[in-house]
Design a protein around this ligand. Structure first.
Ligand SMILES: Nc1ncnc2c1ncn2[C@@H]1O[C@H](COP(=O)(O)OP(=O)(O)OP(=O)(O)O)[C@@H](O)[C@H]1O
Ligand SMILES: [Mg+2]
Length: 227
């Protein structure tokens, strides 16, 4: 099992006397080659789930096992190392670095993992081509459309060939053609043995996803087996 999370609870600390229970006893497993989708209304806890599963936010309770290592039982440094080696993450708000161009943005994870090489730059250029960004290669994020920035964020998440990809609404800002390209790419990534946890409202993911979980008020309602 690549990812196994169990019994996750998370409340955000009180804002004006009221705590927000964002996740309530969530469990989920993803194996190699599986693409798992989560959808549900705004505020139901999807991003919180992704952040916790991706080693970016401590749960109050529960376990997150990535390749059998409990991500919250190890030091922050070790967790960063695991993330650099094994995790690709596409944030809902992208978080690109504004003052460097898109090629450099995509290569940023190679700095964290000390893996920069000319073949990696070649891979970055190939992702740029596949995601229809070649004509913008020297642009900085502020000089791109939202959908272009979204595709840069995905390319950055994929550059290190992660074992698992977490993506928060990766087609949220894309036109049909580019959404199709991105969904096909993510689906092929899973077919080639990658694991994927995707938050999406995109109905087209149904045909690619192995399971789709519907979330409401911090819990999974049901799970639909698609294949
Ligand atoms: N840092 C925080 N402090 C307090 N409450 C928070 C914080 N972050 C999120 N929340 C609350 O936790 C709940 C879950 O938030 P989350 O971002 O996981 O939702 P979501 O399902 O991703 O929503 P969306 O579809 O709008 O992105 C929401 O009610 C939100 O208001
Ligand atoms: Mg969200």
């Amino acid at each position: 099992m690549v990812l196994s999370i169990s019994g996750i609870n998370k409340s955000y600390k009180k804002v004006k006397n009221e705590a927000v229970k964002a996740l309530d006893n969530v469990s989920l497993e993803i194996d190699q080659g599986e693409l798992v989708a989560v959808n549900g209304p705004s505020g139901c806890g999807k991003t919180t789930l992704l952040l916790i599963a991706g080693g970016l936010l401590y749960p109050d309770q529960g376990e997150v096992l990535l390749d059998n290592t409990n991500l919250y039982d190890i030091s922050a440094n070790e967790r960063d190392k695991k993330r650099a080696e094994k995790i690709g993450f596409v944030f809902q708000q992208f978080y690109l670095v504004p003052y460097i161009n898109i090629l450099e943005n995509i290569l940023i994870p190679s700095i964290g993992s000390n893996s920069y090489s000319s073949s990696l730059e070649k891979r970055a250029r190939s992702l740029i081509g596949q995601f229809n960004l070649s004509h913008r290669i020297h642009h900085k994020p502020g000089e791109l459309s939202t959908g272009e920035r979204q595709r840069v964020a995905l390319a950055r998440a994929l550059i290190n060939e992660p074992k698992i990809l977490f993506a928060d609404e990766p087609t949220g800002n894309l036109d049909d053609d580019n959404a199709g390209i991105v969904l096909n790419y993510i689906s092929d990534f899973a077919k080639e043995g990658g694991a994927v946890l995707l938050v999406t409202h995109d109905g087209r993911i149904g045909k690619h996803a192995h399971r789709t979980y519907k979330m409401k008020d911090g819990s999974f309602l049901s799970n639909t087996l698609n294949v």
